[in-house]
Write a protein that binds this ligand. Structure first.
Ligand code: ZN
Length: 486
């Protein structure tokens, strides 16, 4: 543990966080962190279960005098998103993180920190090893692979869980208590691509400089989808200058709004000065249109080499592909009538790439209404199938529905007000949390989701506010010592 952290630590939170950071624990690579948690339980004589999905559940009996209070469940996930800067040398499969601090924030050198959601694990470990803290019976569920489809939570056997009050510690704003989230699923589609050989002048079109962002949280922020922007550009260009398409790709993850896309075009009759001028004009008009929301938007048309024969998409295949991109729904589809300002349903085309088979496309769909989520899926898959493509649907997870009445929320907001002098904001988010899955597995569950201040999660700039992490921990202690749910 860093000496600077030792000075700042409270009840071993940062100590345990540092321990966790030393063990590789990216999603899909959780064996070692689960081993570590198991070892920790054995060493400290803590009752625990580790299931086949490597989820670990810890149990701690109520302290004397607290036996009659209802059991409290604390919950988080042990896996983290592994992102690094281009020049970072870390091997996420085998290396731990290199923690750093400026005294206020905790971060990792050139990588994600895994504050999301290592802080929840550290909190649980600190509470489990604290002999002085008074508390009701505790159950702590530490799941695996939350970040890549919530597979741990989905596989969790909840039969040993008796608590009805669950505090999910997987949020990133201290002054926010979440009380609902959207459900979602992924749709992958593939359109067959017929190829023909052709020659001519090549030109590369690149869309860049867009902001991108999380496909749930940022879907209502007027961000432009690079793949769809490029498709529209090609549609407009094609009206004026004939060309063929050799390649087309954009986007990295289905749950991120694509920031970049590119296409390789082939002009059988060469690229005249007039054609280049037309291409430029379209780009100018399109970027001007979105300049307020996307000031960095750029469409570049760069003539390349001459080729005598390369495989390109048959115009028929291109036509269907373009039709799909222009007609498929994307972005916000409905706003909540119940909760002003909340996006109810949305979808995001996150990846598009040409393979030897065809054109592959990946969408992330979200809705707080299951029926509408399914309708969106049907709209999209109907279109894909109609155009002769194939599709698969995966990773569905349920919404966590907002409940008007929540005893836990009341207790929490009251404790928060007592400690900080203000009420926290309550919110419902258009993104996924494990709470939906858990509320399906454990009937009549009362849930809130909280967490200390973190910035830029899922990026190498991720950082955790140390004082906030300690404040939130003290708030939890406070709630437990007051008997939790009375
Ligand atoms: Zn998380």
């Amino acid at each position: 543990m860093l000496a600077e952290l030792e000075v700042l630590d409270y009840k071993k939170i940062l100590y345990y966080f540092s321990e966790i950071s030393g063990i590789p624990h990216g999603s899909g690579n959780v064996g070692r962190i689960a081993d570590y948690l198991e070892e920790f339980a054995k060493e400290n004589r803590i009752r625990y279960v580790r299931d086949t999905a490597d989820n670990v559940i810890f149990y701690k009996d109520a302290t004397e005098g607290y036996e009659h209070f209802p059991t409290i469940i604390l919950q988080g996930h042990m896996d983290m998103v592994c992102e690094k800067e281009a020049d970072a040398t870390i091997d996420f499969a085998n290396d731990g993180l290199n923690l750093k601090t400026d005294g206020e924030w905790l971060f990792a050198d050139k990588t994600t920190l895994g504050g999301d959601d290592g802080i929840a694990v550290a909190y649980c470990m600190a509470i489990l090893t604290d002999d002085t803290l008074k508390h009701p019976a505790l159950e702590m569920i530490i799941t695996t692979d939350e970040e890549t489809g919530m597979d741990g939570a989905k596989a969790l056997d909840a039969s040993s869980i008796s608590g009805k009050y669950l505090i999910n510690i997987d949020s990133e704003e201290e002054n926010m208590v979440l009380c609902g989230c959207a459900g979602g699923m992924r749709v992958a589609g593939e359109l067959p691509v017929e190829r023909v050989l052709a020659g001519g002048s090549r030109a590369k079109v690149t869309v860049s400089g867009l902001q991108g962002g999380h496909s749930g949280v940022e879907i209502d922020k007027n961000r432009t989808n690079a793949v769809l922007f490029l498709a529209r550009y090609l549609y407009l260009l094609r009206e004026k200058v004939p060309f063929l398409v050799e390649d087309f790709s954009g986007g990295q993850k289905d749950n991120a709004i694509p920031r970049e896309a590119e296409a390789m075009l082939l002009f059988p009759e060469g690229i005249s000065a007039e054609a280049a001028e037309v291409a430029k004009g379209i780009a100018k008009e399109m970027t001007a249109e979105i300049s307020a929301a996307e000031p960095g938007a750029d469409i570049r048309f760069s003539p390349e080499d001459e080729v005598s024969e390369v495989p390109v998409m048959h115009p028929r295949s291109f036509e269907k592909f373009l039709f799909l991109l222009l007609q498929a729904p994307n972005g916000v589809q409905a706003n909540s009538a119940e909760i002003p300002g909340l996006v109810e349903s949305s979808l995001n085309l996150g990846i598009c790439k040409m393979t030897s088979e065809g054109m592959e496309l990946h969408w992330a769909l979200r809705s707080s209404k299951k029926s509408y989520l399914h309708f969106l899926k049907e709209k999209l898959t109907y279109l894909i199938a109609f155009l002769g493509g194939e599709y698969s649907v995966s990773g569905e997870y349920p919404a966590w529905e907002y409940k008007e009445e929540s005893r836990l929320r009341k207790i929490y907001t009251e404790a928060y007000r007592e400690m900080f002098g203000i009420l926290p904001e309550t919110a419902i988010i258009h993104a996924g949390l494990e709470c939906g899955i858990l509320s399906e597995k454990i009937p009549d569950l009362d849930i809130i989701s909280i967490g200390p201040d973190m910035k830029d999660i899922h990026t190498p700039a991720e950082r955790l506010h140390i004082a906030s992490a300690i404040r939130m921990y003290k708030l939890l202690e406070n709630i437990l010592e007051n008997g939790g749910i009375i």
